[in-house]
Ligand binder design. Structure first.
Ligand code: GAP
Length: 517
């Protein structure tokens, strides 16, 4: 755990030092759970957004994109259920005065049980070697059986109580499990209360005529209310999808863990409209497709897992998270939800407008069912950044910090370094930048010895360094250094564009997504 905390501290410090993420309004001591993206962060974020957009919109003939407004008519949120049901169950510890999400306390408790079971399994695997049968061990070792059964029981009890809005039972479960406040260590809890997460605001000039609005807590509703506009203007045939990226706002109470849980964040969502009855097939398809998108970035298959929801949101008949192994353990990165016809039917009811699709093959009209994929862009940023940040011991015993960002996402693709600041080398370096800048984001760096510059670019996540030296004047060649392997090779200046492109081009990375999924 201490190792995890340590890595997480390094992640936040590195993000600031290398121009990725900083606290918002830092000069005024910051604003909790609100962050700004600096010069490298904005590029990384843009590249992740583009990687998602191209995979969803460009690679699917039946998905189109939109950009709907953050402000929406207030009835939207009545229809969507957010006014009545977009709540977190909160509990306060009376001694530390700290506030927690009751479901998070129980989930953390359940996660610890899982970790205990996994530890036992690992120990046994080591003891028994090749003869170890994990499945058999899980079902026969009494300690492991108990841990796994209790893990399951806690989550399913919690799900049932929250579903029934039985907050007294949620509190009783926390007490029964002896869960203590992580700050005070005490078990002196208040009752559990529901707290709505939407931010309110007003539109209009005068107090009497102003209209109460909410900042959208999800981008999805902008898609639902536009369903018919897009279907008709694009002559879309079911099944089809509408995608968008944009800001969402939630008054998160437990705002911690850096950009994992923010009050202002960005979502990348896609609503896939299907025939009623076919939603489960599409739900399974999108689970596979989205996992394949993640795997294409090469952060390691072992860092992803699915988590089936016990407690379903008010709109869903099935839901799963893709969880990622963040520095603080496996947590939700993306949600895949089968949202039934809840949203469109509800908007029909509240607006009085028909939101139906005429299916020429079935010769009838119906309200489509929806399967949604929803990922937080900032959370994806954290996943990529945290996993890429590595400390390495080199063969000569020295260490280096390297940010092994997938090259397609790296903010800067190459740094051009004149070996010395004289003899015409800076001029050649600038000329190389002038040639490459139409295709890639490239930078110039002449400060310090070249070894230090390499280390600086490694830590900033730049996949290539191009060094111009005195031989360049003779042979028009440069040294191309690879961030990950540290391999250096001599290449012609005219070959640079192709060599860099082979590694960073978005099309070659997109081709790694399993097109069969
Ligand atoms: N339209 C469905 C929806 O909004 P969600 O599970 O509440 O579902 C989807 O959110 C994704 O948005 C999450 O998986 C997460 O990546 C991201 N997300 C949600 N709340 C967030 C927050 N406070 N800060 C950063 N990302 C958040």
């Amino acid at each position: 755990m201490a190792k995890q905390d340590d890595h997480f501290k390094k992640v936040t410090a590195h993000a600031k030092e290398y121009g990725y993420v900083v606290q918002s309004s830092e000069i005024y001591d910051g604003l909790a759970a609100v962050y700004d993206y600096a010069q490298n962060g904005v590029e990384l974020k843009k590249n992740i957004r583009e990687y998602w957009w191209k995979a969803m919109v460009q690679l699917h003939e039946n998905i189109v994109g939109i950009d709907s407004a953050i402000f929406m008519h207030p009835t939207t949120w009545k229809a969507s259920g957010h006014i009545d049901a977009f709540n977190d169950p909160l509990i306060d510890n009376k001694d530390s005065k700290k506030r927690y999400r009751a479901d998070v306390l129980l989930e953390d408790y359940a996660e610890k049980l899982l970790q205990k079971a996994e530890k036992e399994i690992k120990k046994a695997a080591k003891r028994f070697g090749d003869a170890f049968d994990e499945e058999q061990y899980k079902t026969t070792n009494p300690r492991v059986v108990n841990y796994l059964a209790e893990h399951q029981q806690v989550l399913s009890d919690m799900g049932r109580y929250l579903e029934a809005n039985d907050l007294a039972a949620v509190k009783a479960l926390i007490e029964e499990k002896g869960i203590a406040c992580p700050v005070s260590g005490s078990k002196n809890w208040t009752d559990v209360k529901q707290f709505n997460l939407m931010f309110g605001t007003k539109i209009g000039a005068s107090a009497d005529s102003a209209m109460d609005l909410f900042l959208r807590p999800e981008t999805a509703q902008g898609i639902f209310v536009n369903f018919l506009n897009i279907q008709k203007s694009g002559r879309m045939k079911i099944p089809f999808g509408i995608a968008q990226t944009g800001k969402a706002f939630r008054n998160e109470i437990v705002a911690r863990q850096f950009i994992f849980r923010m009050r202002e964040f960005e979502q990348m969502e896609m609503q896939f409209f299907v025939r009623p009855g076919e939603q489960m097939k599409w739900y399974e398809t999108w689970k596979k497709r989205r996992l394949s998108w993640h795997l294409s970035l090469g952060l390691g298959e072992e860092n992803y897992r699915f988590h089936q929801h016990e407690k379903l949101a008010h709109y869903a008949d099935a839901a799963a998270d893709i969880e990622f192994n963040f520095p603080f353990g496996f947590k939700e990165l993306e949600g895949i939800h089968s949202r039934t016809d809840f949203d469109l039917s509800s908007h029909e009811k509240f607006s009085g407008k028909k939101l139906q699709y005429f299916d020429p093959e079935l010769n009838k009209s119906y309200v489509p069912y929806v399967v949604e994929t929803s990922i937080g862009l900032d959370r994806m940023f954290l996943a990529v950044f945290a996993k890429s940040l590595q400390e390495e011991t080199l063969p000569n015993g020295s260490t280096r910090t390297v940010l092994r960002l997938p090259a397609v996402l790296a903010p800067v693709k190459a740094a051009v370094l004149p070996l010395v600041k004289k003899d015409g080398l800076p001029e050649i370096a600038h000329q190389i930048i002038a040639d490459l800048k139409f295709d890639f984001n490239v930078i110039y760096d002449e400060k310090d010895a070249v070894g230090r510059r390499y280390r600086r670019q490694d830590a900033a996540g730049t996949p290539f360094c191009i060094t111009v030296d005195h031989d360049t004047l003779e042979d028009q060649s440069v040294t191309l250094r690879d961030r990950d392997t540290m391999e250096q090779k001599r290449v012609k200046i005219t070959a640079l564009k192709q060599l860099i492109n082979d590694t960073v081009s978005i099309s070659s990375w997109l081709k790694k997504i399993d097109s069969e999924a």
